[in-house]
Design a protein around this ligand. Structure first.
Ligand code: NAD
Ligand code: MG
Length: 379
Protein backbone atom coordinates (compact mmCIF):
# COMPACT_ATOMS: atom_id res chain seq x y z
CA UNK A 1 0.00 0.00 0.00
CA UNK A 2 1.05 3.54 -0.79
CA UNK A 3 1.18 6.78 1.18
CA UNK A 4 1.29 9.98 -0.85
CA UNK A 5 2.72 12.92 1.09
CA UNK A 6 1.58 16.13 -0.59
CA UNK A 7 -1.22 14.51 -2.61
CA UNK A 8 -2.89 17.79 -3.57
CA UNK A 9 0.15 19.10 -5.45
CA UNK A 10 1.35 18.56 -8.99
CA UNK A 11 3.38 15.40 -8.22
CA UNK A 12 0.77 14.18 -5.74
CA UNK A 13 -2.11 14.37 -8.25
CA UNK A 14 -0.02 12.59 -10.89
CA UNK A 15 0.97 9.92 -8.37
CA UNK A 16 -2.66 9.15 -7.49
CA UNK A 17 -3.47 8.80 -11.20
CA UNK A 18 -0.53 6.44 -11.68
CA UNK A 19 -1.49 4.42 -8.58
CA UNK A 20 -5.02 4.03 -9.94
CA UNK A 21 -3.65 2.92 -13.31
CA UNK A 22 -1.39 0.36 -11.60
CA UNK A 23 -4.17 -0.85 -9.28
CA UNK A 24 -1.98 0.10 -6.30
CA UNK A 25 -4.11 0.73 -3.17
CA UNK A 26 -3.54 4.04 -1.38
CA UNK A 27 -3.29 3.86 2.41
CA UNK A 28 -3.00 7.58 3.18
CA UNK A 29 -2.82 10.99 1.56
CA UNK A 30 -1.73 14.33 3.03
CA UNK A 31 -2.20 18.00 2.19
CA UNK A 32 -1.70 21.39 3.71
CA UNK A 33 -4.37 23.90 2.74
CA UNK A 34 -6.54 22.62 -0.14
CA UNK A 35 -9.10 20.99 2.14
CA UNK A 36 -11.92 20.36 -0.33
CA UNK A 37 -9.51 18.78 -2.85
CA UNK A 38 -7.97 16.60 -0.16
CA UNK A 39 -11.40 15.39 1.00
CA UNK A 40 -12.43 14.61 -2.59
CA UNK A 41 -9.21 12.62 -3.13
CA UNK A 42 -9.79 10.68 0.10
CA UNK A 43 -13.16 9.48 -1.21
CA UNK A 44 -12.09 8.97 -4.82
CA UNK A 45 -9.02 6.88 -3.94
CA UNK A 46 -10.67 5.07 -0.99
CA UNK A 47 -7.89 5.85 1.47
CA UNK A 48 -7.85 4.69 5.08
CA UNK A 49 -6.36 7.85 6.49
CA UNK A 50 -6.02 11.49 5.50
CA UNK A 51 -3.74 14.04 7.16
CA UNK A 52 -3.86 17.81 7.02
CA UNK A 53 -0.48 19.34 7.90
CA UNK A 54 -2.00 22.61 9.05
CA UNK A 55 -4.08 21.82 12.18
CA UNK A 56 -6.30 24.85 11.49
CA UNK A 57 -7.91 22.84 8.70
CA UNK A 58 -8.77 19.79 10.81
CA UNK A 59 -12.41 20.56 11.68
CA UNK A 60 -13.38 21.40 8.12
CA UNK A 61 -11.63 18.31 6.74
CA UNK A 62 -13.30 16.08 9.35
CA UNK A 63 -16.71 17.43 8.28
CA UNK A 64 -16.03 16.77 4.59
CA UNK A 65 -14.59 13.24 4.91
CA UNK A 66 -16.86 10.21 5.53
CA UNK A 67 -16.72 8.86 9.11
CA UNK A 68 -15.00 5.56 8.21
CA UNK A 69 -11.86 7.43 7.03
CA UNK A 70 -9.46 8.50 9.80
CA UNK A 71 -8.53 12.19 9.82
CA UNK A 72 -5.41 13.48 11.57
CA UNK A 73 -3.55 16.80 11.65
CA UNK A 74 -0.06 18.10 12.23
CA UNK A 75 3.53 17.21 11.49
CA UNK A 76 3.66 14.07 13.64
CA UNK A 77 0.66 12.64 11.82
CA UNK A 78 2.56 13.09 8.53
CA UNK A 79 5.41 10.97 9.90
CA UNK A 80 2.94 8.40 11.25
CA UNK A 81 1.33 7.75 7.84
CA UNK A 82 4.79 7.66 6.24
CA UNK A 83 5.83 4.85 8.58
CA UNK A 84 2.55 2.94 9.18
CA UNK A 85 3.04 -0.86 9.10
CA UNK A 86 0.54 -1.39 6.24
CA UNK A 87 2.53 0.94 3.97
CA UNK A 88 5.14 -0.49 1.61
CA UNK A 89 5.90 2.60 -0.50
CA UNK A 90 5.87 6.32 0.22
CA UNK A 91 5.81 9.09 -2.38
CA UNK A 92 7.37 12.24 -0.92
CA UNK A 93 5.67 15.07 -2.82
CA UNK A 94 5.58 17.82 -0.19
CA UNK A 95 7.34 20.97 -1.33
CA UNK A 96 10.32 22.28 0.63
CA UNK A 97 12.02 21.57 3.95
CA UNK A 98 8.61 20.81 5.50
CA UNK A 99 8.93 17.30 4.06
CA UNK A 100 12.10 16.41 5.99
CA UNK A 101 10.62 14.74 9.12
CA UNK A 102 8.18 12.54 7.17
CA UNK A 103 10.88 11.58 4.64
CA UNK A 104 13.12 10.46 7.51
CA UNK A 105 10.22 8.59 9.13
CA UNK A 106 9.62 6.64 5.90
CA UNK A 107 13.35 5.89 5.59
CA UNK A 108 13.61 4.71 9.20
CA UNK A 109 10.56 2.45 8.72
CA UNK A 110 12.42 0.80 5.78
CA UNK A 111 9.84 1.70 3.15
CA UNK A 112 10.41 2.08 -0.56
CA UNK A 113 10.86 5.84 -0.47
CA UNK A 114 10.07 7.45 -3.81
CA UNK A 115 11.65 10.89 -3.47
CA UNK A 116 10.21 13.80 -5.42
CA UNK A 117 10.62 16.26 -2.51
CA UNK A 118 14.27 17.15 -3.20
CA UNK A 119 14.78 19.85 -0.55
CA UNK A 120 15.28 17.38 2.36
CA UNK A 121 18.01 15.63 0.32
CA UNK A 122 19.68 18.98 -0.34
CA UNK A 123 19.63 19.81 3.37
CA UNK A 124 20.50 16.43 4.85
CA UNK A 125 21.24 14.02 2.00
CA UNK A 126 24.25 12.45 3.74
CA UNK A 127 22.21 11.65 6.83
CA UNK A 128 19.17 10.42 4.88
CA UNK A 129 21.27 8.07 2.73
CA UNK A 130 23.13 6.77 5.80
CA UNK A 131 19.82 6.12 7.56
CA UNK A 132 18.53 4.30 4.47
CA UNK A 133 21.56 2.00 4.53
CA UNK A 134 21.26 1.44 8.26
CA UNK A 135 17.51 0.72 8.18
CA UNK A 136 17.28 -1.09 4.84
CA UNK A 137 15.09 1.47 3.07
CA UNK A 138 15.19 1.60 -0.72
CA UNK A 139 15.38 5.13 -2.09
CA UNK A 140 14.14 5.56 -5.64
CA UNK A 141 14.40 8.99 -7.27
CA UNK A 142 11.35 10.58 -8.90
CA UNK A 143 12.89 13.82 -10.15
CA UNK A 144 13.04 13.19 -13.91
CA UNK A 145 16.80 13.84 -14.19
CA UNK A 146 17.62 11.60 -11.24
CA UNK A 147 15.28 8.88 -12.44
CA UNK A 148 17.18 9.05 -15.74
CA UNK A 149 20.62 8.83 -14.11
CA UNK A 150 19.39 6.08 -11.78
CA UNK A 151 18.30 4.04 -14.83
CA UNK A 152 21.54 4.72 -16.73
CA UNK A 153 23.59 3.66 -13.69
CA UNK A 154 21.76 0.39 -13.09
CA UNK A 155 24.06 -2.62 -13.33
CA UNK A 156 27.24 -0.51 -13.29
CA UNK A 157 29.91 0.08 -10.67
CA UNK A 158 30.56 3.70 -9.56
CA UNK A 159 34.22 3.31 -10.64
CA UNK A 160 33.08 3.04 -14.27
CA UNK A 161 31.52 6.52 -14.25
CA UNK A 162 33.39 9.55 -15.62
CA UNK A 163 30.63 12.11 -15.01
CA UNK A 164 26.91 12.57 -14.63
CA UNK A 165 25.31 14.89 -17.19
CA UNK A 166 22.36 16.67 -15.64
CA UNK A 167 20.14 18.19 -18.31
CA UNK A 168 18.15 21.40 -17.88
CA UNK A 169 15.52 22.92 -20.14
CA UNK A 170 17.18 26.29 -19.49
CA UNK A 171 13.82 27.62 -18.25
CA UNK A 172 11.74 30.45 -19.73
CA UNK A 173 14.69 32.89 -19.72
CA UNK A 174 17.26 30.81 -21.56
CA UNK A 175 17.57 33.42 -24.30
CA UNK A 176 16.57 36.53 -22.31
CA UNK A 177 19.65 38.72 -21.84
CA UNK A 178 18.32 41.18 -19.25
CA UNK A 179 16.86 39.25 -16.33
CA UNK A 180 16.15 42.37 -14.27
CA UNK A 181 13.16 43.20 -16.48
CA UNK A 182 11.33 39.86 -16.56
CA UNK A 183 7.82 39.57 -15.10
CA UNK A 184 6.35 37.13 -12.58
CA UNK A 185 3.97 35.72 -15.19
CA UNK A 186 6.88 35.02 -17.51
CA UNK A 187 8.76 33.33 -14.67
CA UNK A 188 5.71 31.17 -13.94
CA UNK A 189 5.41 29.96 -17.54
CA UNK A 190 7.72 27.01 -17.97
CA UNK A 191 8.49 26.09 -21.60
CA UNK A 192 8.27 22.28 -21.24
CA UNK A 193 7.08 21.13 -17.77
CA UNK A 194 3.84 21.79 -15.83
CA UNK A 195 4.73 21.93 -12.11
CA UNK A 196 3.90 23.57 -8.77
CA UNK A 197 4.75 27.30 -8.35
CA UNK A 198 7.92 26.97 -6.22
CA UNK A 199 9.74 24.57 -8.54
CA UNK A 200 8.56 26.59 -11.55
CA UNK A 201 10.36 29.67 -10.17
CA UNK A 202 13.36 27.47 -9.25
CA UNK A 203 13.44 26.33 -12.87
CA UNK A 204 13.41 29.92 -14.10
CA UNK A 205 16.33 30.93 -11.83
CA UNK A 206 18.13 27.58 -12.47
CA UNK A 207 18.24 27.26 -8.68
CA UNK A 208 16.42 24.00 -9.39
CA UNK A 209 19.61 22.71 -11.09
CA UNK A 210 21.67 23.68 -8.06
CA UNK A 211 19.27 21.78 -5.83
CA UNK A 212 19.49 18.87 -8.28
CA UNK A 213 23.32 18.86 -8.30
CA UNK A 214 23.26 18.36 -4.52
CA UNK A 215 20.39 15.86 -4.82
CA UNK A 216 22.47 13.80 -7.29
CA UNK A 217 25.59 14.19 -5.17
CA UNK A 218 23.88 12.30 -2.34
CA UNK A 219 21.69 9.89 -4.30
CA UNK A 220 24.63 8.61 -6.34
CA UNK A 221 27.48 9.34 -3.89
CA UNK A 222 29.51 11.41 -6.36
CA UNK A 223 31.36 14.73 -5.94
CA UNK A 224 29.60 17.75 -7.39
CA UNK A 225 32.54 18.52 -9.67
CA UNK A 226 31.75 15.34 -11.61
CA UNK A 227 28.16 16.47 -12.20
CA UNK A 228 27.91 18.60 -15.32
CA UNK A 229 24.87 20.71 -16.16
CA UNK A 230 23.92 20.75 -19.83
CA UNK A 231 21.08 22.82 -21.26
CA UNK A 232 18.72 20.83 -23.46
CA UNK A 233 15.66 22.97 -24.30
CA UNK A 234 13.47 20.14 -25.62
CA UNK A 235 13.47 18.21 -22.27
CA UNK A 236 13.48 14.82 -24.00
CA UNK A 237 16.89 13.57 -22.85
CA UNK A 238 16.24 13.57 -19.09
CA UNK A 239 19.91 13.13 -18.16
CA UNK A 240 22.94 11.00 -19.06
CA UNK A 241 25.80 9.06 -17.57
CA UNK A 242 29.18 9.38 -19.21
CA UNK A 243 31.35 6.27 -18.69
CA UNK A 244 35.13 6.17 -18.67
CA UNK A 245 35.41 4.34 -22.00
CA UNK A 246 33.71 7.22 -23.84
CA UNK A 247 30.31 5.53 -23.88
CA UNK A 248 27.36 7.70 -22.79
CA UNK A 249 24.01 6.30 -21.70
CA UNK A 250 20.94 8.53 -21.81
CA UNK A 251 17.32 8.06 -20.79
CA UNK A 252 14.69 9.68 -23.01
CA UNK A 253 10.97 10.28 -22.78
CA UNK A 254 8.32 12.95 -23.22
CA UNK A 255 8.35 15.62 -20.49
CA UNK A 256 5.61 14.02 -18.38
CA UNK A 257 6.24 13.26 -14.70
CA UNK A 258 3.95 10.22 -14.82
CA UNK A 259 6.81 8.28 -16.41
CA UNK A 260 9.38 8.70 -13.59
CA UNK A 261 6.61 8.51 -10.96
CA UNK A 262 5.47 5.16 -12.34
CA UNK A 263 9.01 3.82 -12.60
CA UNK A 264 9.71 4.72 -8.97
CA UNK A 265 6.63 2.71 -7.97
CA UNK A 266 7.31 -0.30 -10.24
CA UNK A 267 11.16 -0.39 -10.15
CA UNK A 268 12.98 -2.50 -11.23
CA UNK A 269 10.30 -3.23 -13.84
CA UNK A 270 9.02 -1.10 -16.68
CA UNK A 271 5.31 -1.96 -16.96
CA UNK A 272 2.68 -0.57 -19.38
CA UNK A 273 1.91 3.07 -18.62
CA UNK A 274 -0.31 5.89 -19.85
CA UNK A 275 2.33 8.00 -21.60
CA UNK A 276 3.50 7.27 -25.14
CA UNK A 277 7.19 7.05 -26.02
CA UNK A 278 8.55 9.99 -28.05
CA UNK A 279 8.04 9.79 -31.80
CA UNK A 280 11.60 10.53 -32.91
CA UNK A 281 10.77 10.77 -36.62
CA UNK A 282 8.58 13.80 -35.81
CA UNK A 283 11.17 15.51 -33.64
CA UNK A 284 12.88 18.31 -35.53
CA UNK A 285 16.00 18.32 -33.35
CA UNK A 286 17.50 17.67 -29.96
CA UNK A 287 19.98 20.39 -29.05
CA UNK A 288 22.50 20.91 -26.23
CA UNK A 289 24.45 23.92 -24.95
CA UNK A 290 26.42 24.98 -21.88
CA UNK A 291 24.50 27.00 -19.27
CA UNK A 292 25.23 30.72 -18.91
CA UNK A 293 26.74 30.92 -15.44
CA UNK A 294 27.02 34.71 -15.56
CA UNK A 295 23.33 35.38 -16.18
CA UNK A 296 22.42 32.54 -13.81
CA UNK A 297 24.71 32.92 -10.75
CA UNK A 298 22.54 30.29 -9.03
CA UNK A 299 24.69 27.54 -10.57
CA UNK A 300 27.94 28.79 -9.03
CA UNK A 301 26.13 29.24 -5.71
CA UNK A 302 24.97 25.62 -5.92
CA UNK A 303 28.41 24.21 -6.81
CA UNK A 304 29.94 26.24 -3.99
CA UNK A 305 27.35 24.98 -1.46
CA UNK A 306 27.89 21.41 -2.61
CA UNK A 307 31.66 21.80 -2.32
CA UNK A 308 31.70 23.35 1.14
CA UNK A 309 28.98 21.02 2.43
CA UNK A 310 28.18 21.12 6.15
CA UNK A 311 25.08 23.23 6.72
CA UNK A 312 25.68 25.45 3.66
CA UNK A 313 23.24 23.54 1.37
CA UNK A 314 20.56 23.82 4.09
CA UNK A 315 21.18 27.57 4.36
CA UNK A 316 21.04 27.90 0.57
CA UNK A 317 17.77 25.97 0.49
CA UNK A 318 16.14 27.94 3.31
CA UNK A 319 17.13 31.30 1.79
CA UNK A 320 15.81 30.16 -1.58
CA UNK A 321 12.49 28.99 -0.11
CA UNK A 322 12.00 32.37 1.55
CA UNK A 323 13.12 34.39 -1.46
CA UNK A 324 10.83 32.43 -3.80
CA UNK A 325 7.87 32.73 -1.40
CA UNK A 326 8.44 36.52 -1.20
CA UNK A 327 8.73 36.76 -4.99
CA UNK A 328 5.54 34.69 -5.47
CA UNK A 329 3.75 36.96 -2.98
CA UNK A 330 4.53 39.92 -5.25
CA UNK A 331 7.64 41.35 -3.59
CA UNK A 332 10.86 42.39 -5.28
CA UNK A 333 12.18 41.46 -8.67
CA UNK A 334 13.44 38.22 -10.17
CA UNK A 335 17.15 38.90 -9.69
CA UNK A 336 16.62 39.60 -5.95
CA UNK A 337 16.42 35.82 -5.56
CA UNK A 338 20.06 35.46 -6.66
CA UNK A 339 21.13 38.24 -4.30
CA UNK A 340 19.30 36.88 -1.24
CA UNK A 341 20.47 33.30 -1.74
CA UNK A 342 24.04 34.34 -2.63
CA UNK A 343 24.30 36.53 0.51
CA UNK A 344 22.97 33.79 2.77
CA UNK A 345 25.44 31.25 1.39
CA UNK A 346 28.32 33.69 1.71
CA UNK A 347 27.55 34.23 5.41
CA UNK A 348 26.68 30.62 6.23
CA UNK A 349 28.46 29.13 9.25
CA UNK A 350 31.05 26.38 8.91
CA UNK A 351 29.93 23.17 10.58
CA UNK A 352 31.92 20.00 9.92
CA UNK A 353 29.87 16.77 9.87
CA UNK A 354 26.65 18.43 11.02
CA UNK A 355 24.05 16.46 12.93
CA UNK A 356 20.39 16.61 12.00
CA UNK A 357 19.90 19.11 14.85
CA UNK A 358 22.69 21.33 13.39
CA UNK A 359 21.02 21.23 9.98
CA UNK A 360 17.56 22.06 11.31
CA UNK A 361 19.04 24.87 13.42
CA UNK A 362 20.78 26.34 10.35
CA UNK A 363 17.50 26.15 8.42
CA UNK A 364 15.58 27.89 11.23
CA UNK A 365 18.27 30.54 11.80
CA UNK A 366 18.36 31.42 8.11
CA UNK A 367 14.58 31.83 8.01
CA UNK A 368 14.54 33.87 11.23
CA UNK A 369 17.37 36.13 10.04
CA UNK A 370 15.74 36.81 6.67
CA UNK A 371 12.35 37.44 8.25
CA UNK A 372 13.82 40.18 10.42
CA UNK A 373 16.16 41.53 7.73
CA UNK A 374 14.85 44.98 6.82
CA UNK A 375 16.16 44.89 3.28
CA UNK A 376 14.60 41.49 2.62
CA UNK A 377 11.29 42.61 4.13
CA UNK A 378 11.27 45.61 1.80
CA UNK A 379 11.43 43.28 -1.21
P1 NAD B 1 3.07 21.63 -5.31
O1 NAD B 1 3.21 23.00 -4.75
O2 NAD B 1 2.22 21.44 -6.51
O3 NAD B 1 2.52 20.64 -4.16
C1 NAD B 1 3.07 20.63 -2.88
C2 NAD B 1 2.33 19.70 -1.93
O4 NAD B 1 2.92 19.84 -0.64
C3 NAD B 1 0.85 20.02 -1.77
O5 NAD B 1 0.12 18.82 -1.57
C4 NAD B 1 0.81 20.85 -0.47
O6 NAD B 1 -0.41 20.71 0.23
C5 NAD B 1 1.93 20.19 0.33
N1 NAD B 1 2.55 21.12 1.28
C6 NAD B 1 2.95 22.40 1.04
N2 NAD B 1 3.47 22.94 2.15
C7 NAD B 1 3.40 21.99 3.11
C8 NAD B 1 3.77 21.96 4.48
N3 NAD B 1 4.31 23.02 5.09
N4 NAD B 1 3.57 20.82 5.17
C9 NAD B 1 3.01 19.74 4.58
N5 NAD B 1 2.62 19.71 3.27
C10 NAD B 1 2.82 20.84 2.56
O7 NAD B 1 4.54 21.08 -5.55
P2 NAD B 1 5.05 20.04 -6.68
O8 NAD B 1 5.38 20.78 -7.92
O9 NAD B 1 4.16 18.86 -6.74
O10 NAD B 1 6.46 19.62 -6.05
C11 NAD B 1 6.57 18.76 -4.92
C12 NAD B 1 8.04 18.38 -4.72
O11 NAD B 1 8.46 17.59 -5.83
C13 NAD B 1 8.99 19.57 -4.66
O12 NAD B 1 10.02 19.30 -3.76
C14 NAD B 1 9.54 19.66 -6.07
O13 NAD B 1 10.84 20.23 -6.11
C15 NAD B 1 9.57 18.19 -6.46
N6 NAD B 1 9.49 17.95 -7.92
C16 NAD B 1 8.39 18.38 -8.60
C17 NAD B 1 8.29 18.16 -9.96
C18 NAD B 1 7.06 18.55 -10.75
O14 NAD B 1 6.98 18.25 -11.92
N7 NAD B 1 6.09 19.24 -10.15
C19 NAD B 1 9.35 17.51 -10.63
C20 NAD B 1 10.45 17.09 -9.90
C21 NAD B 1 10.51 17.30 -8.54
MG1 MG C 1 14.06 17.82 -12.17
Amino acid sequence: MLTVLGSTGSIGINTLQVAEHLGLPVYAITGNTKIAELAAQAVRYRVQEVVIADPAGYAQLRRLVPAHIRVEAGSQALSAVASAPAVTAVMTAIVGAAGLPATLAAVRAAKRVCIANKEPLVMAGGLIMAEARRCGAVIVPVDSEHSAMFQCLEGHHPDEVAELILTSSGGPFRTVMDLSAVTRDQALTHPTWKMGPKITIDSATLMNKSLEIIEARWLFDIEAKRIRVLVHPQSVVHSMVSYRDGSVLAQLGLPDMQVPIQYALTWPKHVPGQVAAPDFARMANLTFEDPDRVRFPSLDIGYHAADVGGVVPAVMNAANELAVAAYLAGHGCFTDIFRVVGDAVEHAPTVVDPTLADIIAADHETRARLNTDQEFRKK
